[in-house]
Design a binder for this molecule. Structure first.
Ligand SMILES: [Zn+2]
Length: 133
């Protein structure tokens, strides 16, 4: 009789441990999934070629870099969560006027300098194809 009680207590303990483990794993999984979906990646293309991939969520302090193509230059500023062209040698300056972008709705395109800056999610495999067209 005593052994039977012990056995049932053991089973209850095992059940609690398993339940706790499942809950913990679910929480970890949810945390990772959330991080993944929030991860915004900026893709910088020069003449159709991917030259920079920037994880905007990991940018802690703003920085700039220059993309050159056929003598044309675009000065790109990267900030936490956003990216934009802050100065350019192109005549129309449409890319500069557009300011910083935060999402994938409207990519920055500088036709004269053949520059494209697009934001996509980490798992978004369609992004490079869409720009290559
Ligand atoms: Zn431009």
């Amino acid at each position: 009789m005593k052994e039977a009680i012990n056995e049932s207590k053991k089973r209850t303990a095992v059940c609690i441990v398993i339940t706790a483990a499942v809950i913990a794993l679910s929480l970890i999984f949810i945390a990772f999934t959330k991080l993944g979906s929030n991860g915004r990646i900026a893709y910088v293309y020069s003449d159709g070629e991917l030259i920079e991939t920037i994880d905007l969520d990991r940018v802690t302090s703003p920085y700039t870099f220059i993309v050159s193509h056929n003598g044309g230059e675009n000065l790109i500023e990267v900030r936490h969560d956003e990216i934009g062209v802050i100065s350019a040698t192109c005549p129309d300056k449409i890319c500069v006027d557009q300011g910083h972008i935060k999402d994938s709705s409207l990519p920055i395109v500088c036709l004269p300098n053949k520059l494209v800056v697009q934001i996509g999610k980490n798992s978004d495999s369609d992004v490079p194809d869409a720009v290559a067209q």
